[in-house]
Design a protein around this ligand. Structure first.
Ligand SMILES: C[S@@+](CC[C@H](N)C(=O)[O-])C[C@H]1O[C@@H](n2cnc3c(N)ncnc32)[C@H](O)[C@@H]1O
Length: 222
């Protein structure tokens, strides 16, 4: 059975570090877990989803592809994996506030998080910085005209972002998706600038200056 992954899913897989046990909270179709186990990047996988139907989809995909080093459970957020030893936890394809809500009640008994918020990424970054997480990788992938942020986070450490890093992330200028994203934002803020009264233009001009700078140099993490 051929399993094809979207570029967004491939970027999530790439962000997961090689490890022993990976858990995918909100696994849905199960393709990310499938890829991690099939390639041996992770040795054991736990899939979990709040929806029984989605958990069954994942189980089906793994069984049909003869992947046995895994289990799939039904549960809300970290409840499904509490008391388990896990190296990396994936929470992907959900809204930013949903991800924050899941993390608010999460134990930190794992080393890495891989997050792929569909919106409110700035708020997710702020939550991580305020709660003792270190964003180690903050990348972006464009697919069919949409930009998706993918974050690899250490559960221990500090995120030292400045104000605009929270908004635009930390990518290097060699990432074509990021360059395109910055260009689109330059156009967006130039349009905003035209419609803002003179006494309120200062902040927009600061953002534009920053965007022009990072479109050439990117942003360094750490
Ligand atoms: C849009 S799908 C994303 C699937 C996959 N993670 C991806 O990125 O392609 C979101 C999944 O998260 C599940 N979900 C939503 N809230 C959840 C929660 N609190 N705990 C576990 N799963 C949840 C939904 O049932 C759904 O299957």
């Amino acid at each position: 059975m051929k399993v094809s992954l979207s570029n967004r899913m491939k970027a999530i897989v790439d962000a997961v570090p090689e490890c022993y046990v990976v858990a995918d909270i909100g696994c849905d179709h199960g393709k990310v877990l499938y890829q991690l186990l099939k390639t041996g990047k992770c040795k054991y996988g736990i899939g979990s989803d709040i929806s029984e139907m989605c958990a069954i989809k994942t189980l089906d995909l793994l069984r049909k592809n003869n992947i046995r080093n895994c289990e799939v459970t039904v549960g809300d957020g970290f409840n499904a994996i509490k008391d388990r030893v896990v190296d990396a936890v994936i929470i992907a394809g959900m809204g930013g506030y949903e991800i924050i809500h899941i993390l608010e009640s999460a134990p930190k008994n794992y080393r890495y998080l891989v997050l792929q918020p569909m919106n409110h990424v700035e708020e997710v970054r702020r939550f991580l910085a305020d709660n003792g997480y270190k964003i180690e990788m903050d990348t972006m992938i464009e697919e069919k005209g949409k930009f998706y942020d993918v974050l690899r986070v250490n559960s221990q450490g500090k995120t030292k972002y400045k104000r605009l890093n929270f908004l635009f992330g930390m990518n290097d200028a060699h990432n074509p998706s990021f360059v395109h994203y910055v260009q689109e934002n330059i156009a967006k803020y130039e349009e905003i600038l035209k419609n803002v009264p003179k006494n309120k233009q200062k902040d927009i001009k600061k953002i534009l200056k920053y965007l022009h700078k990072i479109s050439k140099k990117g942003v360094k993490n750490g």
